[in-house]
Design a protein around this ligand. Structure first.
Ligand SMILES: NC(=O)C1=CN([C@@H]2O[C@H](COP(=O)(O)OP(=O)(O)OC[C@H]3O[C@@H](n4cnc5c(N)ncnc54)[C@H](OP(=O)(O)O)[C@@H]3O)[C@@H](O)[C@H]2O)C=CC1
Ligand SMILES: O=C(O)[C@@H]1CCC=N1
Length: 297
């Protein structure tokens, strides 16, 4: 049995993507770039012929606009659910009862493991279901993903499925394996926060543009400043240890006594900056909790 690129599964293992939008594209392209998977073992179902054609133009031949037809063809593949949560019910209705996927990865926000098991009664039981929350930066290999699963004593090879999913996620960035009870909070900072960070960077640029700096220079400077700050937190060359040290250590290095930055800190605090960010994280996490409740019905 030949095995490819250390993913622990035979070369011929088929990876079936239900939904072929942004997240599926990020995952497929990242995994292919790392030679974790090969084009010929990838199948994708989409809704529109336009999307199907887009995939075919990129050399993917196993592209379907009928999910049932695809799952019928690959009943024992690894399934990756990449549709919007609102479409999941529709997808379930086109899931053949004889499918026995090797395991299932779902990237849908707000759809808990117990809902996935309940809605897919014929595949659960001894099929491992994994939730993976990638983010938009996965498209350039800089994603921050979270993964959770439920221990299933009935499944002999669960460890190899989890290991596969971890390596799969690592093709597009980092991955944290966490308990599901923290998954929505992690989704807020891993999955959603890039949108807020783009808003923050845009606001930085706006502030400088308001004072006459050119838009292009302002955008580049703002993005690089945020990138550099994040690198300092993650790269030990900065002398900072993210495991043990407080972020304020670095913040304080920038704030000269009587200087400019501390005036900005004062303005941010006066306008509820930290509170606004904390509320955004809690709101996104709560929305996922609410979505989960609706899905249960
Ligand atoms: N966007 C993000 O940053 C993140 C998203 N997620 C999660 O990823 C999932 C997908 O999001 P994203 O990739 O952004 O969404 P997209 O809208 O980009 O992609 C959704 C895909 O689903 C396809 N689709 C719709 N209905 C069906 C159907 N009935 N059968 C098969 N395919 C169908 C669409 O087809 P067509 O192309 O033809 O319209 C499209 O390819 C969501 O559940 C979201 O919660 C997770 C983390 C981050
Ligand atoms: O907004 C959403 O629901 C998805 C999940 C995380 C990022 N985008």
């Amino acid at each position: 049995m030949t095995k490819n690129s250390g993913n622990g599964f035979p070369d011929s293992t088929n990876l079936v993507f239900i939904g072929g939008g942004n997240m599926a594209a990020a995952l497929i392209k990242g995994c292919e770039k790392k030679e974790f998977i090969r084009k010929e073992n990838v199948s994708i179902s989409v809704q529109t012929e336009k999307s199907a054609q887009k995939w075919r133009n990129q050399g993917y031949q196993n592209v379907f606009t009928n999910t049932l037809e695809m799952l019928d063809k690959y009943p024992t593949a690894i399934y990756v659910i990449c549709v919007k949560p609102q479409v999941f019910e529709e997808v379930v209705s086109s899931w053949p009862v004889n499918s026995r996927p090797r395991f299932i990865i779902s990237v849908m926000a707000g759809v808990p493991l117990k809902t996935l098991s309940a809605k897919l009664p014929f595949v659960s039981g001894n099929t491992t279901i994994i939730r993976l929350m990638p983010n938009v930066a996965s498209s350039i290999g800089s994603g921050a993903s979270t993964l959770c699963y439920e221990k299933n004593e009935k499944t002999d090879d669960q460890a190899s499925s989890i290991e596969y999913a971890r390596k799969f996620a690592e093709c597009v960035g980092t991955v944290e394996i966490i308990p599901e009870r923290c998954f929505n909070a992690a989704m807020a900072i891993g999955g959603s926060s890039p949108a807020w960070t783009f808003m923050y960077i845009e606001s930085l640029a706006d502030g400088a543009v308001a004072q006459g700096l050119g838009r292009a220079e302002a955008k580049r400077l703002a993005a690089q400043a945020v990138f550099g700050a994040a690198q300092m937190l993650l790269n030990t060359d900065s002398g900072f240890d993210i495991e043990t040290q407080h972020f304020a250590l670095l913040k304080d290095k920038v704030c000269s006594p009587g200087g400019t930055t501390i005036e900005g800190v004062r303005a941010l605090e006066k306008n509820g900056f930290r509170s606004a960010v904390i509320e955004a994280v809690v709101a996104a996490s709560k929305k996922a909790d609410d979505m989960a409740k609706v899905m249960e019905k």
